[in-house]
Every structure is written in structure tokens, then in C-alpha cells.
Design a binder for this molecule. Structure first.
Ligand code: SF4
Ligand code: SF4
Ligand code: FES
Length: 281
């Protein structure tokens, strides 16, 4: 039986280094299997996060040979034979211990996205929606919150300071999921532009490349959101409307800033027409 060398990062927030474990190679294993065998053998104190072992919980994200991947979905026989397998924690987030990172940044950002604000039902108490409008958001609901798109996004990966004002691709698809919901009446465009840093994304598509659910993050979420924000900010008719409205109404951002935790005013409250794709039949 041949061996495989696993080079696993060990340490905590104060620092650490790679440790090597030479393990027997077992046919059909994924990286997480080998990590579990290391825990059961030479390093019982090795910390890693996992749950489903089926690519659905998003817990076991790590950087394998320098690329963000799910450990439970990365087959050992798909990695270069005869070379060490390097397993490191996601670089964008603070390290708790070994392969476990503190991803609470993502939850903080998620709380900034105002939830669904459905319109009033029909007089008979029901909602009517076109099937095509319902299907538009399904792609975004496949997200398993592995945060590998966040990990690979250079805006925060290389610039810690940007985290204060940049929500990242996972949050952009959440915003798009809501913005394209046929019942939604909220308007998140000012928040996206001013507080969530949508403009800092330069559409490199790295996030789309690492998404294990194959969500077209840039093409189907970020670019349409950018178009909506640009329409709202630079369309002369919309600009004139905002100038008039500003005399009597606060913007969504102002409202959110003044009342943290409160949802921003709806389009109806602001008398702004719904954006294309959010209307219903
Ligand atoms: S496309 Fe935008 S969000 Fe995605 S990785 Fe590049 S800069 Fe980040
Ligand atoms: S969008 Fe894809 S890469 Fe990003 S958190 Fe969701 S599943 Fe993971
Ligand atoms: S353990 Fe759930 S996605 Fe890997």
C-alpha cells in the first residue's frame, strides 16, 4: 500500500505552521476522510469543521493545494499523485484553530440585507405569481453558505480594511434573490451601493469559479444588481424623482442608518416604481 503525505496547517490566531502526516492511501477516500484518520491517529487534537460529508452543509471549506474546496467533496485520487496534499484554513477569515476559521463576518453582513417585504395579497387572500418569476430566484437558494466565494474574493482577501464596507458575493446573491422575488416590495439598491460596497467588485468571476453549487454569481446576481444600482443612481428620470422625493422622504439608507435593524422603506412608501423583474403579472 502506498502512502500519502498530508501537509496540514496547525495553529491559532497567534500563528502556526504546517505539520506533515504520512498516512496510508485508501482507495475511494476524500480529503475529509484522511483528515478524520489523522484525528483518529497521530493528531487527535486537530480541529476541523464538518457536518454532512455530502457537500450540503458548507462546513468543511478549506484551501486544498491553494484552492478553496469542500474537503468532503475533494477526492484524493483527483489530486496530483505522489505530491503532498496541502490543507490550509480559509485565508480571508480569522483563524480559530487549525482548519477552523471564524466566519462570523458573513453573518454580520447578512444581517444588513433587509428581509423579504411582501406586497399585500389579492382581495381573496392569495398571491398570484408567474412561474418564470418564481424560478428566477431558485438558483440563489442553492447556496450552502460554504463562504468559499467570500474567501476567494480579492476585495476582502487581500484588504482586511475593506471588510467594514464590503459585503461580498454571498451577500450579493442573497440581495439578488430578494430583489428578484415576485412578491418583494423593498428597495436595497442604496444599501448595496453605499454600505455593501457593490461598486468595489470588478467582476473577476473568481467567486463563480469556486462555487460548489455552480451558482453564476457574477452573471446572474452581481451584474444585474450593478445595472439596477446604476439605473437608480444615474438615470436622469430616476434622479429627478429622487430630488423631489428627498424633500419629503428619507432614503432607504438614511432610514436604515437612523434605525438599525429596521427594514428600509418600501418602493411603494417611496413611490418608486418596481424595477424590471420584480413585478408580477
Ligand atoms: S467577481 Fe466580484 S465578488 Fe466575485 S470574486 Fe471578483 S471581485 Fe469578488
Ligand atoms: S454562493 Fe456558492 S461559493 Fe458562495 S457561499 Fe454560496 S455555495 Fe458557497
Ligand atoms: S461536511 Fe458538509 S459540505 Fe462538507
Amino acid at each position: 500500500m502506498t502512502d500519502v503525505t498530508m501537509r496540514v496547517w496547525r495553529g491559532d490566531g497567534d500563528g502556526g505552521q504546517f505539520a506533515e502526516y504520512v498516512m496510508p492511501q485508501v482507495e475511494g477516500e476524500v480529503v475529509l476522510d484522511v483528515i478524520h484518520r489523522i484525528q483518529a491517529g497521530p493528531a487527535p487534537d486537530l480541529a476541523c469543521r464538518w457536518n454532512c460529508k455530502a457537500g450540503k452543509c458548507g462546513s468543511c471549506s478549506a484551501e486544498i493545494n491553494g484552492l478553496p474546496k469542500l474537503m468532503c467533496m475533494t477526492r484524493m485520487d483527483a489530486l496530483p499523485e505522489g505530491e503532498p496534499v496541502v490543507v490550509a484554513p480559509m485565508r480571508t477569515f480569522p483563524i480559530v484553530r487549525d482548519l477552523v476559521t471564524d466566519v462570523s463576518f458573513n453573518y454580520t453582513m447578512a444581517r444588513q440585507v433587509p428581509p423579504l417585504k411582501p406586497r399585500e395579497p389579492e382581495p381573496d387572500g392569495t398571491y398570484r405569481m408567474m412561474q418564470i418569476d418564481i424560478e428566477r430566484g431558485q438558483e440563489f437558494r442553492k447556496c450552502i453558505e460554504c463562504f468559499m466565494c467570500q474567501d476567494v474574493c480579492h476585495v476582502i482577501r487581500d484588504h482586511e480594511d475593506n471588510k467594514a464596507s464590503y459585503a461580498g458575493p454571498r451577500m450579493f446573491i442573497r440581495a439578488m434573490e430578494l430583489e428578484s422575488h415576485p412578491l418583494d416590495t423593498d428597495d436595497r439598491r442604496e444599501l448595496l451601493r453605499q454600505r455593501m460596497g457593490l461598486g468595489m467588485c470588478n467582476i473577476t468571476k473568481c467567486c463563480t469559479e469556486v462555487c460548489p453549487e455552480h451558482i453564476k454569481i457574477t452573471d446572474n446576481a452581481i451584474i444585474p444588481l450593478k445595472e439596477r444600482v446604476v439605473d437608480a443612481s444615474y438615470d436622469p428620470v430616476a434622479w429627478l424623482g429622487r430630488k423631489i422625493l428627498r424633500r419629503t422622504k428619507r432614503s432607504a439608507l438614511e432610514a436604515a442608518l437612523e434605525a438599525p435593524g429596521q427594514a428600509a422603506p418600501t418602493r411603494q412608501e417611496r413611490s418608486v416604481p418596481a424595477t424590471p423583474g420584480t413585478g408580477t403579472s
